[in-house]
Design a protein around this ligand. Structure first.
Ligand code: SF4
Length: 289
């Protein structure tokens, strides 16, 4: 039983947040602020500053988001553009087990035939399998999960409260039975920790078994409050690689020559060997034309 009282309630003046870009999606929807998954590399930590809250795992819920979304999607001006659900923080928080907001959001997307991208590190999404499958029958739906390592001892440190990598692959495999486009995000690849050929190959093999439509890799990027949080974590848990990582990360991105070598020698050859496409746009274009 999840204690919903531990979750702070807030309200929103709009459910959808318009993004500057339009492609691949022009709108974000976030039910929660903060995230109980507590990934060491989470780039969204900055978003808690606005709430005056240091603890990113303290989750805030927008209690009026369903009513608000209904108003916005029923407006004659709504053009049924793609909504990225959980673009800032994961929609399938632990607290979502009790809050049950995602099913109501999905019912509205079905009602207004609105395409969506749903990314999560929680297999709780399987609870909403039928609704997502129904939506995927009428419009474009993308279900994606980030999986960074198959080594559970590392995963438990870097993504302590997310589902196991094995459960996330099971979830992707299940959604492959629907009409949704299904993707694996291998991001971030953390230099010196999850960038080995063995790890990337295990992830490619898992992606192949799950028969995902695409795989998107991305090397760790560090900015703002995330940088300090991440390096404090590395210093605590993996002190042996601390200095080398600092050397690689003089700026926000890893050293250019490191990235070029990783992609040309490891990621791209493996992705090609396993025959996994890197583009998620093909399915989107086909469904939305
Ligand atoms: S699941 Fe996403 S939002 Fe949540 S802590 Fe991890 S990276 Fe951040």
């Amino acid at each position: 039983m999840v204690d919903t009282n531990s979750c702070q309630k807030i309200s929103c003046s709009s459910a959808l947040n318009r993004l500057k870009r339009k492609i691949p999606y022009g709108w974000d929807l976030n039910i929660y602020r903060g995230c109980s998954h507590n990934c060491s590399y989470c780039y969204a930590r900055y978003s808690h500053d606005y709430l005056g809250e240091d603890d990113f795992t303290k989750v805030f819920v927008k209690t009026n988001i369903v009513e608000q979304l209904d108003k916005e999607l029923s407006s004659p001006s709504w053009k049924r553009e793609v909504i990225n659900i959980g673009g800032v923080t994961d929609s399938y928080q632990k607290i979502e087990e009790e809050m049950l907001i995602m099913p109501d959001i999905l019912k509205l997307l079905i009602k207004y035939k609105t395409p969506a991208i749903i990314s999560t590190k929680s297999h709780l999404i399987l609870r909403d399998f039928d609704l997502i499958a129904q939506l995927a029958e009428i419009t474009y739906v993308n279900v994606a999960s980030t999986i960074t390592t198959m080594d559970e001892s590392v995963r438990l440190k870097i993504e302590p409260n997310a589902s196991s990598a094995a459960d996330r692959f099971i979830m992707l495999k299940e959604f492959r039975k629907t009409n949704a486009s299904v993707g694996l995000h291998v991001m971030p690849i953390i230099p010196l920790l999850t960038d080995s050929k063995e790890n990337i190959e295990t992830l490619c093999a898992g992606a192949k078994r799950a028969d995902v439509h695409y795989m998107l890799p991305g090397v760790l990027y560090l900015r703002g409050v995330t940088r300090k949080h991440f390096f404090d974590f590395i210093n605590r848990e993996y002190p042996d690689i601390y200095d080398k990582l600092r050397e690689l990360y003089k700026g926000g991105g890893a050293d250019k020559s490191y990235k070029e070598a990783l992609y040309s020698k490891v990621v791209n050859p493996l992705r090609e060997r396993y025959g996994i496409p890197s583009s998620y746009m093909k399915a989107m274009k086909e469904k939305l034309k």
